[in-house]
Ligand binder design. Structure first.
Ligand code: NAD
Length: 491
């Protein structure tokens, strides 16, 4: 087995197919966001490895499906416990790779990985809930109406680099709990924690072929996987341009898909808001150096509170420590790679050229260098500047003023995205009125990032297709069947 040591943890750089480590003729490099050092050469999957993985997953499917939700629960619980026991290793490896904050990862994000597996394994046992036959016709009264959630088959799961382990388990959990088998293709910038997950799968005793990882590049391994005719579901989290390519490819086989895509979410502060709370949450939009799909990157503040918000926000950001993500006091870490850094810098440079006023930040931290892009804020942004509508996926916010609800709704909806919206107000009626008018899959009122696995998650407009979370995940990962039998017809 080919492996590397990252933060004291041994990590295989091979694929994981049919419970075996498999290498490739070629490799790709993966680096650390902390100092851009090379972490390892990782197996570069092609059509060959994708075919092997899909064949293994296809062969494993009937027996895994036949185990039933209760049989699968026992095995998946073991997996959840192993993840919980290895949270420290997972957090250390992920932080070295993508530069996410170690403390948050140890205390929350990696634990959520274990919980993702546990929650869906548990929920699958409670499916299905039969309809009540409330449609009062003669035929319906004389029949028993039931719903089956039958597994769909091989699922292709494709994940991004910003929260690789959490997002992988968010898909792997319901896919496996439903009785499907899995081929996971992690993002090429962050291949390592998916490889650790494969180790845990082996330790937990999942049968060969039930869970497979193919490492590789998007246009190569990813494209081969989503085009495979034996794949029955595609769940993808990533960018809109990639989603378009996957949708075009999936169209050939009419493979059902679930998309969780980018965002350009509004962060709205009304005159009556708790100002301190709003400012504290606004600073959180720089979390993970802005590499969070849900970030409220467009600060929209009502005119009566605008000046006080602006001064308070500037002061709070100046107190925010940027630095090594392994240090507990750090609040903002680095961007993920040099390529991504240049993309973010390009957005900032074009915003300046378009006439936006740079209030602070705008480039690399002079003290830290490397990929440590400073928290950045623009005001006076021209209405048609791309910085108001395109996702930067970095620590770059804009601040705009509004003076009426109708102006606010127009500004807030002025983007192709619709992932989330964040509202600060003490007026419940207004909060509900505005929520109903925003294109968004999630609306947070006087809070941010509060998540419940039982709730639906997804994006409106170009931020996604479909919903996952709670039973919505099973609506996607299963073939939902209606079965009716006429009373008194069985022997
Ligand atoms: P990306 O679209 O570049 O890549 C995502 C994944 O798709 C990677 O694994 C990549 O290898 C793969 N891929 C690339 N081309 C492919 C192809 N032709 N066929 C199949 N797979 C292919 O996105 P990224 O840069 O890794 O992630 C950042 C994006 O993800 C942002 O837009 C962010 O908002 C979004 N995101 C969304 C959510 C959400 O829940 N809505 C969560 C996290 C990130």
């Amino acid at each position: 087995m080919n492996k590397v040591e990252i933060a004291g943890v041994q990590v295989s750089t091979d694929h994981f197919i049919d419970n075996q480590r498999v290498s490739s003729a070629d490799t790709f490099e993966a680096h650390s966001a902390i100092d851009e050092s090379l972490l390892g050469h990782v197996a570069r999957g092609t059509q060959l490895e994708v075919d092997l993985a899909v064949a293994a997953a296809t062969a494993a499917f009937p027996a895994w499906a036949a185990l039933g939700a209760h049989g699968r629960f026992e095995i998946l619980e073991r997996l959840a416990h192993i993840i919980e026991a290895r949270v420290e290793d997972l957090a250390a490896v992920e932080t070295m790779n993508n530069g996410s904050l170690l403390e948050a990862s140890r205390l929350r994000v990696m634990k959520r990985g274990g919980h993702n597996i546990h929650f869906f394994a548990q929920l699958a046992k409670d499916l299905p809930e039969d309809p009540k036959n409330e449609w009062d016709t003669e035929a319906a009264k004389n029949a028993h109406n039931s719903v089956r959630y039958d597994p769909a088959g091989v699922t292709a799961l494709i994940t991004p680099w910003n929260a690789p382990f959490m997002l992988a388990t968010w898909k792997v959990g319901p896919a496996l709990a439903a009785g499907n088998t899995v081929v996971l293709k992690p993002a090429e910038w962050t291949p390592f924690t998916a490889s650790l997950l494969a180790d845990f799968v082996l330790e937990a005793g999942l049968p060969p072929g039930v869970f497979n990882v193919v490492q590789g590049l998007g246009f190569e391994a990813g494209a081969a996987l989503v085009a495979h005719p034996d794949v029955k579901r595609i769940s993808f989290t990533g960018s809109v341009p990639t989603a378009r390519k996957i949708a075009a490819s999936a169209a050939q086989n009419l493979t059902p898909l679930s998309f969780e895509l980018g965002g350009k979410s509004p962060f709205i502060v009304f005159n009556d808001a708790d100002l301190e709370l709003a400012i504290r949450n606004a600073v959180d939009q720089y979390d993970n150096c802005g590499q969070v799909c849900l970030s409220g990157t467009r600060l929209l503040v009502e005119d009566g509170i605008y000046d006080r918000f602006f001064e308070g926000f500037k002061a709070a950001v100046s107190q925010t420590k940027q630095g090594d993500p392994r240090e507990a006091r750090t609040v903002v870490g680095p961007l993920v790679t040099r390529t991504h850094f240049e993309r973010v810098q390009g957005f900032v440079d074009r915003a300046v050229e378009a006439g936006a006023k740079l209030e602070f930040g705008g480039g690399v931290s002079p003290d830290l260098g490397g990929l440590y892009f400073q928290p950045t804020l623009f005001t006076n942004v021209p209405e048609d500047a791309e910085i108001l509508s395109k996702e930067v996926f970095g620590p770059v916010l804009t601040l705009q003023k509004f003076s009426s609800e109708s102006e606010l709704v127009t500004l807030a909806n002025n983007t192709e995205y619709g992932l989330a919206a964040i509202i600060f107000t003490k007026d419940q009626n207004r909060a509900e009125r505005i929520s109903s008018q925003l294109g968004a899959g999630t609306v947070w009122i006087n809070c941010f990032y509060v998540r419940d696995l039982a709730a639906p998650f997804g994006g409106a407009r170009h931020s996604g297709i479909g919903r996952e979370g709670g039973h919505w995940s099973f609506d996607f990962y299963c073939d939902v069947k209606n079965v009716m039998h006429r009373h008194g017809t069985f022997a």
